[in-house]
Ligand binder design. Structure first.
Ligand SMILES: Cc1ncc(C[n+]2csc(CCOP(=O)(O)OP(=O)(O)O)c2C)c(N)n1
Length: 366
C-alpha cells in the first residue's frame, strides 16, 4: 500500500535521488552499508572465539534500512533503536571503536561496558538508545517528538522497530499519541519476516503492515527494504512531512535477517532455501551492481570503499580489544543515584538527610 504523501523530497541533506546520481552520496551510502555488514561479521567472529559474552542480534542482510533512512536526517534529529540496533547506530554516525569496546565490555565503550550490544546510546549523534525491550523505543520516540514540538526546535525523531513490536501495547499507545498530537515522528518498521520464530505472515492477518497506519489516521507506506533508494525515498518524504508540522508517518521496510534471531537460534522455523532466496536479494550487492551499471562508480571505486570499511572495522576491533576492563568496584556507579545520606551515619534518617543535603549544597556553592 502506498498512501499519498507530500511528493518530492525536500530534505536538507543530499536527498534520496543523490543516491542515484551523485558519486559522493552513493559512495558514502555504500560505505555505510559495508561498515554495518563488516562490523557485524567481526562481532560474530569475536563472539565465536569466546571474546564477547551475553547474546547479540545481527542485522546482516538489512543494511539498506538504517542507511537509507539516516541519509535524510539532519544534525539534531533523533533516532530510537532496538535490540538489533548496530546498523542504526552506525548509520547515525556512532564511533565504531566505542561500539566495539562496548560489545567487548570495556570501560571505553559507549556505556562503559555495562550495556553491551543492546544498549548503545549516543546522544551526541541524536541516538537516544538501543533497547532490549520490544517496542521500548516507540514511546521514547513519541516523547522526543513531543519535546521537539513543544520547543519548536524543528527536529524529527525516527523510531526504528521490528515487525514484532507492532503487536505490543506500547506501539499502539505511542502511535495513538503521536497521531493525536501530530508529533514529528517517523515510525520505521523493519519487517524482517520474523519476531523470533514467529513469521510476521502468521502474526498479522494483513497483506502488509503499512495498512496498520490507517487505524491511526497517519500515512503508511510499504517499501522494498533491500533497496536503499526506495527506503531513502519513502522515509525522506515522511521526514519532510514531519518537519513541516504535518505529523507522524509509518514506513514498513520489507527485508530479511540472514542470521538467526540471536546467537542461540537454531533456525528451525525456516528453510535453507528461504534464506538462500533472500541472500540473492543482498541489498549491498544490489546497490553496488546498480551503481556500476549506471556508471556512477567504477569497480575500482567500489573495491576501495569496501577495503576502507574493512580497515575501519579492523581499527575498531583493535580499539575495542585494547580497552581497559571496567573496575569491578565501580560497577554499581551508574545503578544508584549518589546518596545524600552517609550510610554509616547513625543519626535518624531525617537528620542525616538534612546534614547530607547541607553538605552537598555547601560543596556545590549554594
Ligand atoms: C516486551 C518484550 N517482550 C518479549 C521480549 C523477547 N523478545 C526479544 S526480541 C523478540 C522478537 C522481536 O521481534 P521484532 O520486533 O520483529 O524484531 P526483530 O528481532 O525481528 O528484529 C522478543 C519477543 C522482549 N525483549 N521484550
Amino acid at each position: 500500500m502506498s498512501t499519498p504523501t507530500t511528493g518530492e523530497s525536500t530534505a536538507a541533506g543530499p536527498g534520496p535521488d543523490a543516491l542515484l546520481s551523485d558519486p559522493g552520496t552513493a559512495g558514502e551510502a555504500l560505505a555505510t552499508m559495508w561498515r554495518i555488514r563488516l562490523f557485524e561479521e567481526a562481532v560474530e567472529d569475536l563472539y565465536g572465539r569466546g571474546m564477547m559474552h551475553g547474546t547479540m542480534h545481527l542485522s546482516i542482510g538489512m543494511e539498506a534500512v538504517p542507511t537509507g533512512t539516516c541519509l535524510n536526517l539532519e544534525e539534531g534529529d533523533q533516532i530510537t533503536s532496538t535490540h538489533r540496533g548496530h546498523g542504526h547506530c552506525i548509520a547515525r554516525g556512532a564511533d565504531l571503536g566505542r561500539m566495539m569496546a562496548e560489545l567487548l565490555a570495556k570501560d571505553n565503550g559507549y556505556c562503559r561496558g555495562r550495556g553491551g550490544s543492546m544498549h548503545i546510546a549516543d546522544v551526541a549523534t541524536g541516538n537516544l538508545g538501543a533497547n532490549g525491550i520490544v517496542a521500548g523505543g516507540v514511546p521514547i520516540a513519541a516523547g522526543a517528538g513531543l519535546t521537539n514540538q513543544l520547543t519548536g526546535n524543528g527536529r524529527v525523531a525516527v523510531c526504528f522497530h521490528g515487525d514484532g513490536a507492532v503487536g505490543e501495547g506500547a506501539w499502539h499507545e505511542a502511535l495513538t499519541l503521536a497521531s493525536m498530537w501530530n508529533l514529528p515522528v517517523v515510525f520505521v518498521c523493519e519487517n524482517n519476516q520474523y519476531g523470533m520464530s514467529m513469521s510476521s505472515h502468521k502474526a498479522f492477518k494483513v497483506e502488509n503492515l503499512a495498512v496498520k497506519a490507517i487505524g491511526y489516521g497517519i500515512p503508511g507506506e510499504s517499501v522494498d527494504g533491500n533497496d536503499v533508494h526506495a527506503v531513502a525515498d519513502a522515509t525522506g518524504r515522511a521526514i519532510d512531512r514531519a518537519r513541516a508540522g504535518e505529523g507522524p508517518s509509518f514506513v514498513e521496510a520489507v527485508t530479511y535477517r540472514w542470521r538467526g534471531h540471536s546467537k542461540s537460534d537454531k533456525n528451525r522455523y525456516r528453510s535453507k532455501e528461504e534464506i538462500a532466496e533472500w541472500k540473492e536479494k543482498d541489498p549491498i550487492a544490489a546497490f553496488a551492481h546498480h551503481l556500476l551499471e549506471a556508471g556512477i562508480l567504477d569497480q575500482d571505486q567500489l573495491d576501495a570503499l569496501q577495503a576502507d570499511a574493512r580497515t575501519a572495522i579492523r581499527e575498531a576491533v583493535v580499539f575495542g580489544t585494547q580497552g581497559e576492563d571496567p573496575d569491578p568496584a565501580a560497577l554499581l556507579d551508574a545503578v544508584y543515584a549518589p546518596s545524600a545520606v552517609d550510610a554509616t551515619d547513625t543519626r535518624d534518617a531525617e537528620t542525616a538527610l538534612t546534614a547530607g543535603a547541607t553538605t552537598d549544597d555547601a560543596e556545590a556553592g549554594r
